[in-house]
Design a protein around this ligand. Structure first.
Ligand SMILES: Nc1ncnc2c1ncn2[C@@H]1O[C@H](COP(=O)(O)OP(=O)(O)O)[C@@H](O)[C@H]1O
Ligand SMILES: O=P(O)(O)OC[C@H]1O[C@](O)(COP(=O)(O)O)[C@@H](O)[C@@H]1O
Ligand SMILES: [Mg+2]
Length: 528
């Protein structure tokens, strides 16, 4: 054990304030207001037992000079006293011995906004991810588990592989369990022992070797299972729903006062997770979507008045559709959930299709699965079903729009169209990740491991402005990331397709942006 272990810097300093603007509690270190490092090395806090039901902890916001804010992550030492620390075994690892300054300084933080002006306050920051000099677990003490939840996404197996191999090669950890079949697997399924040998080739395959599921999040049963199995590091790979589930698990673990680090690795093909630059598998998805768009283009240009229609993923966020459109340059119209459109009349989709076919003889339309749902729900066949996780099940906009276009032009008679509808949505989810996503998955896995070993908990890892960071669950789960249609990226997309904006005179431009996001944090939502 390291002698410096529990001498410990103060975790939660002098007093709490309530920031009425941000509706957040924050911690100030008056009188100097300089940022206070917490956690690593900490040990001064006591166990918080907050009654029988799990209460959500206040966010740890630490203030500093010139408007500096640190949106800090919880640490095991926040609620467990006198935790011993150990030297990081990486310091004796030959592979890492060449690195000049391998360990991340405990004070290092990453700015959430990097475009600033002279007068800007320093703004919000996150704790930088990476290996710390001191760790809170000995190698043979670690019993880790990995679970994958929600829909498939390219790269899941790579993250699993890299957590197993990273724990083994960097920290000498051999006790890693795979939980089968998502959250419900904690209490209803078997576990699989994971070793570097077992996972060696899995990154070449799509899907997840652990299986996944929606629903079945029973917090008590999950935490009972964690406790019964003696698990002390929980790696949870999943999307926005999964991160909410991880947050509740963390709160319950904290309430029980367990030395268990809970770490989220954000997975979503839709890129709908806040704060991080982009989610893993997204690049692969955009690349795979090109194949469908190219096929639609070939089909449409090979026949008179050909229309190629491609439906892509994107329940509430149109990132895949927007990026696939921008990358392809063959697309004449991109429809996403964030940007309302209409079919009939001046400025509508039918008028644009007719114009494009007259000009060019063919066209390609990309539609995100969540686009135009308000038009479909005006239909008699409205389905208000939800899936096991509580996500609203959408109607097939691709099929609906195909029918509408066919009906419209068959009535018009003067234009015979040939429409080919391609739905590659599940193919895109199921492919293995590409090279750059594989590297990205590796970094995510490493950031997660380093954070857990350093005793941090209740956080999701991900790059913020290119620097891997630890982001408290609360920030990740606040809301979903969406395309900002008043932002330049959507304007680039519109200018590449030349499509109309579909803003009806009754719905002014500024109003649409406001209505969709319901707040003023438009920049926050943009993909960086
Ligand atoms: N608010 C929530 N609280 C607890 N668990 C949740 C919550 N939302 C979703 N989950 C759980 O997270 C898992 C995955 O959620 P889902 O929405 O299907 O996928 P994703 O994580 O990819 O968004 C499911 O097992 C679901 O029960
Ligand atoms: O396979 P399912 O349950 O139909 O889910 C399809 C959904 O999965 C997604 O690809 C991703 O959703 P999650 O990130 O919530 O898992 C959505 O775009 C899509 O609506
Ligand atoms: Mg989701």
């Amino acid at each position: 054990m390291d002698s410096t272990s529990s001498s410990a810097s103060l975790i939660i300093p002098s007093f709490r304030c309530f920031d009425a603007t941000n509706h957040r509690r924050y911690y100030s270190t008056l009188p100097s207001c300089s940022p206070t490092p917490q956690g690593a090395g900490g040990g001064s806090a006591s166990i918080h037992v907050m009654g029988n039901s799990t209460t959500i902890a206040d966010p740890k916001i630490i203030t500093g000079d010139c408007g500096y804010l640190l949106d800090d992550v919880p640490h095991l030492s926040d609620y467990i006293q006198d935790l011993p620390t150990y030297s990081n075994p990486l310091q004796d690892n030959p592979a890492y011995s060449v690195v000049k300054q391998y360990f991340v300084d405990v004070d290092d933080t990453v700015a959430e906004k990097i475009v600033v002006s002279k007068e800007s306050p320093r703004g919000n920051h996150f704790r930088r991810a990476g290996p710390r000099q001191k760790v809170y677990f000995e190698s043979d003490e670690v019993h880790a588990c990995i679970v994958t939840c929600g829909g498939l996404c390219p790269g899941l197996n790579t993250v699993i592989r890299e957590i197993v191999c990273g724990l083994y090669h960097m920290y000498g950890v051999t006790g890693v369990l795979g939980i089968e079949g998502g959250y419900k697997g904690f209490y209803a399924r078997n576990t699989i022992p994971l070793t570097p040998k077992v996972v060696n080739d899995i990154h070449k395959r799509g899907g997840t070797i652990l299986g996944t599921s929606r629903g079945g999040h029973d917090t008590s049963k999950i935490v009972d299972s964690i406790q019964d199995r003696g698990i002390n590091q929980v790696y949870i790979i999943g999307g926005d729903g999964t991160q909410k589930g991880a947050s509740v698990i963390f709160e319950e673990i904290r309430r029980r006062g367990l030395k268990v680090a809970v770490v989220g690795i954000p997975k979503t093909i839709d890129n709908d997770i806040l704060v991080i630059d982009k989610s893993f598998g997204f690049d692969t998805a955009v690349e795979e979507a090109q194949r469908a768009i190219s096929a639609a283009h070939v089909e449409s240009e090979s026949i008179e008045n050909g229309i190629g229609l491609v439906k892509l993923m994107g329940r509430h966020s149109g990132f895949i559709a927007m990026y696939a459109t921008l990358a392809s340059r063959d697309v004449d119209c991109c429809l996403i959930p964030e940007s309302p459109f209409y079919l009939e009349g001046p400025g509508g989709l039918f008028e644009y299709i007719e114009k494009r076919l007259n000009e060019n003889g063919h066209m390609v339309i990309v539609v995100a699965e969540g686009a135009g749902q308000e038009l479909l729900s005006g239909n008699t066949c409205t389905m208000d079903n939800i899936d096991a996780s509580g996500n609203k099940q959408l109607q097939d906009v691709g099929f609906w729009i195909s029918q509408k276009i066919k009906d419209h032009f068959s009535k018009k008679q003067k234009l015979t169209i040939n429409l080919k509808y391609i739905d590659p949505t599940y193919m895109i989810c199921a492919v293995p990740s590409n090279a750059s996503d594989n590297v990205y998955c590796t970094l995510l896995a490493h950031s997660a491991i380093h954070g857990a070993m350093a005793g941090y908990t209740g956080f999701t890892v991900g790059p913020v402005n290119g620097k891997h960071s630890c982001i408290p669950f609360q920030r990740i789960t606040e809301r979903q990331n969406k395309v900002v249609i008043t932002d330049r990226m959507w304007a680039r997309c519109l200018s590449s397709t030349n499509q109309p904006s579909f803003f009806s005179p009754k719905q002014p431009f500024e109003k649409i942006g406001d209505e969709k996001h319901g707040d003023n944090h438009v920049e926050d939502l943009a993909i960086k």
